[in-house]
Ligand binder design. Structure first.
Ligand code: BGC
Length: 362
């Protein structure tokens, strides 16, 4: 019997949702017993698209509570910045919280801004209107995150793969831009005049390589598949912008296995650098918006073939590793790669439902 990956995904995500509302990144992987704003928002988005609204809202409400509790930390940080002091790493908000909503005690590469932009995008998109009850409840947390991002968006910070602390990352700027814009569309008074435009102008001036495509970070001309976010969904540029078209073509050329999955970036050695299901789903989403429906369908099928017999999707698959010699070192360090990864399931649900909608409107 073939497994129904839709049902399996919903069940796996529900099983990984703590009573607090937090989604665990992966229940079986030593380092992933926390809830990330980045992963969680995309899991919630996939669940909402699959009709599991209560689960998505429980996650957003968890975020509201957890972030509001960080008010004094953010105020202290903003005071330091205003006084010209350099903050300590521990002054920033973390990228992940314990399932109970605390800041973890284990060391982590915590200063990452993209998840905060993502969370803003997610909650604004979920609410869709200022009349949504969650919108009112979320105001203190939303205002706090906006103030945090407004003060820090130009600071170098770790990227969405938790690497390169001292760089300014294009995908991170796109997530911040997209989050602020989504909030602005619901209530323009919450966003300082011209702030999203300033971020966009900075990215267009500093994050486009001489060859015309967006680059991984300021001063690095490589591509990274997270650059898909620049247009999908964050809209820093339109999907038919020549700079995005050139980025997509380079991702297809440099980072896609023919008829297979998508790598994060060429030099990725994490577990040997496999194809990531969630990024492959992102490419499918991009194809959908470009009316390349057959390719989006092929991608959905490909992701389905990556599931284990019990319907669990891994973070990455090891069929065509970029740097296989690194694989055993990671296994020795942290055990086998993460499976199931709830973010992979969230992106599967997202692509599946978007595809259904697109097929209905044919
Ligand atoms: C990835 C992050 C992700 C985290 C939890 C890391 O390996 O680089 O993007 O948020 O795992 O899934």
């Amino acid at each position: 019997m073939t497994i129904d990956l839709h049902q399996a995904s919903v069940a796996i995500i529900r099983a990984g949702q703590h009573r607090s509302g937090a989604y665990i990144a992966s229940p079986n992987f030593s380092q992933y017993g926390y809830s990330w704003l980045r992963d969680g928002t995309w899991i919630a988005y996939g669940m909402a698209r699959a009709g599991q609204i209560d689960s998505a809202e429980a996650f957003f409400r968890w975020g509201v509570k957890v972030l509001t509790a960080q008010q004094s930390r953010v105020e202290a940080l903003l005071d330091k910045l205003a006084g010209g002091e350099t903050p300590l790493e521990s002054d920033y908000l973390p990228t992940r919280f314990t399932l109970d909503g605390e800041i973890g005690t284990e060391a982590w590469t915590d200063f990452q801004l993209d998840g905060y932009g993502t969370w803003l995008w997610g909650i604004a998109t979920h609410c869709g209107s200022v009349d949504h009850p969650l919108w009112r409840e979320a105001q203190p947390a939303i205002k706090l995150v906006i103030a945090y991002l407004q003060a820090l968006w130009q600071s170098p910070n770790y990227d969405c793969w938790e690497e390169h602390r001292n760089q300014i990352h294009t995908a991170t700027l796109a997530a911040i831009y997209g989050g602020l814009r989504a909030i602005q569309q619901l209530d323009a008074t919450l966003i300082a005049d011209g702030l999203p435009e300033q971020i966009q102008a900075f990215a267009l001036a500093n994050c486009v390589a001489a060859e015309g495509h967006f680059c991984k970070y300021v001063g690095n001309a490589e591509v990274d598949s997270s650059l898909l976010w620049v247009a999908v969904p964050y809209g820093l540029v339109e999907i038919d912008d020549p700079r995005f078209v050139a980025t997509l073509m380079k991702i297809e050329r440099d980072l896609r296995v023919p008829d297979g999955g998508v790598y994060r970036y060429c030099a990725d050695n994490y577990y040997g650098g496999g194809e990531w299901n969630l990024l492959t789903a992102w490419l499918g989403w991009t194809y959908l918006l470009l009316a390349r429906l057959d390719e989006a369908r092929d991608i959905l099928r490909w992701i389905e073939t990556q599931a284990t017999p019990t319907g669990e999707l891994p973070e990455q698959t090891a069929g065509h590793l970029l740097l296989p010699s690194y694989y055993p070192d990671w296994v020795a360090k942290w055990g086998n790669p993460a499976v199931p990864l709830l973010w992979s399931h969230g992106m599967y649900l997202t692509l599946e439902s978007l595809l259904k909608d697109a097929e209905k409107s044919l």
